[in-house]
Write a protein that binds this ligand. Structure first.
Ligand SMILES: Cc1cc2nc3c(=O)[nH]c(=O)nc-3n(C[C@H](O)[C@H](O)[C@H](O)COP(=O)(O)OP(=O)(O)OC[C@H]3O[C@@H](n4cnc5c(N)ncnc54)[C@H](O)[C@@H]3O)c2cc1C
Length: 272
């Protein structure tokens, strides 16, 4: 827990502890489970939620599902003497860019490193699976080759181009391949939060709040969306297809993804 009382007092922010549950048609009254909140302007930043439609998803650990998920990975690894560990991520079929693959690569390479440090890597088979032949493309064209090279170097097997069909307690069934699995780490695709269904806000095909390049919600006055909860137009030349507003003033124009922001930052930095 991070205590925010001092920060909120310093910034003169009133804190209304509640869950948003709905919104009036003109967006000037936010309904919450602790009463209505009137507003002259509204910034929506309630993030995204995971799609849990894959049959047997309860047998997989969703690594970004909170602290308990991280602890479950730690405890399962500690309890295992060996076996096959499977890693993968899915997308939202209605908005294929609504995915979060980066942390899966972090867990994959992190667990490989941990097992090597513990001198027991040879007792485990690590497998990365993806419906895409080019996983990680959102990180840029070059990144895909680098990721797959690194997996080859570390002896991580890959099964590419096959959609997952279901997770089982000790296996992952892909379209054509069945993988034994002592632990499945799977990040499902993302969609908008359920409470948005009780609003008339414009939504993208994947269920996110529609935002324009300035984070405004079209057709709803003084209402903005930021972060994972929004769907934004893709800037020209962006290597990734999912945009994420970056809220630092010097990056005001950079309504864009991490790789774009990084390359802009590099261009602005003095040569070393
Ligand atoms: C392990 C991990 C590694 C990651 N690595 C990277 C990375 O390297 N680079 C990167 O760019 N991104 C990374 N991400 C993704 C990044 O964390 C998210 O993109 C970012 O946190 C999204 O911020 P957000 O404010 O939109 O949503 P969130 O951080 O999800 O915040 C949404 C907030 O809204 C609250 N909320 C939800 N519903 C309601 C409601 N009805 N009423 C009131 N409050 C509500 C939630 O409790 C939450 O506090 C990573 C994520 C994880 C988990």
């Amino acid at each position: 827990m991070v205590p925010l009382d001092d920060f909120l007092a310093r910034q003169r922010i009133g804190f209304h502890k509640a869950h948003a549950t709905g919104l009036s048609a003109d967006a000037r009254v936010l309904h919450t489970d602790a009463g209505d909140v009137r507003n002259d302007g509204l910034l929506l930043a309630t993030g995204a939620r995971f799609l849990r439609k894959l049959p047997g998803i309860e047998h997989a650990i969703i690594p970004c599902d909170g602290i308990a998920a991280g602890e479950a990975i730690r405890d399962r690894l500690a309890a295992l003497d060996g076996g096959t560990l499977c890693f993968g991520f899915g997308a939202n079929p209605n908005e294929p860019v609504a995915m979060r693959g980066g942390p899966v690569f972090e867990f994959l390479f992190g667990i490989d490193t941990l097992l090597r440090r513990q001198r027991r890597r040879e007792r485990f088979r690590l497998v990365f699976f993806s419906p895409s032949d080019r996983p990680g493309q959102r990180l840029g064209e070059k990144a895909v080759g680098m990721l797959l090279d690194e997996m080859r170097k570390r002896g991580i097997d890959t099964v590419l181009g096959e959609k997952p069909v279901r997770c089982e307690p000790d296996a992952v069934q892909l379209e054509r391949t069945r993988l034994d699995s002592a632990m499945t780490v799977f990040m499902p695709g993302l969609t908008g939060q359920a409470w948005l269904d009780a609003t008339a806000l414009p939504r993208s095909p994947g269920g996110f709040v529609q935002g324009d390049a300035q984070c405004r919600v079209p057709g709803v006055a003084c209402t903005f969306v930021a972060g994972d909860g929004g769907s934004f137009p893709v800037p020209t030349g962006c290597p990734s297809r999912r945009t994420r507003p970056i809220c630092r003033p010097r990056w005001r124009r950079a309504i864009c993804c991490a790789p774009c922001a990084a390359s802009r930052w590099k261009k602005r930095s003095p040569p070393s």
